[in-house]
Design a protein. Structure first.
Length: 148
């Protein structure tokens, strides 16, 4: 691990904030890997295959967002569709439009039911057409996404 120092100063309250932190040597069964940590925290879990990476990523009761970093266009297109997350970014993180709907799946956020799309409003499938358009066309707006 590196970092992890308690935030200091009046704005940080009583130890509720930490500085940028990287955890290594983590197994997916560890609390650090399985909980939503809202902060500058990165948990590193090595994997050997794409299937193993997807299994690790989806093995959580949460699904607010996911980020995939790759140099492979094939992975960039195929893997986000397999991730159980309300939003999946490729080679970026927190690239959002506040005009776009946002929601998680499983135990995260309000669920994808708040998103434009088809389906029951449960799970990521109801938001897929809209989110895929945003990922494939940076700068897309909700109006453009609905016309497709």
């Amino acid at each position: 691990m590196t970092g992890g120092r308690r935030g200091s100063g009046e704005a940080c309250g009583e130890g509720l904030f930490v500085g940028p932190t990287i955890f290594t040597g983590v197994k997916n069964s560890m609390r650090t890997a399985g909980e939503e940590v809202f902060g500058p925290v990165l948990t590193v879990i090595p994997f050997d295959t794409d299937d193993e990476a997807v299994e690790i990523a989806n093995d959580t009761p949460y699904g607010l967002a996911a980020a995939l970093w790759t140099t492979s266009i094939e992975r960039a297109v195929k893997l986000p569709k397999r991730l159980q997350a309300g939003t999946a970014w490729v080679n970026a993180y927190r690239v959002v439009s506040y005009l776009a709907p946002f929601g998680g799946v499983k135990g995260s956020g309000m669920g994808a039911g708040c998103c434009i799309g088809r389906g029951t409003g449960r799970g990521r499938k109801s938001a897929l057409p809209f989110q895929h358009h945003l990922r494939s066309a940076p700068g897309a707006t909700p109006a453009r996404a609905r016309r497709r």
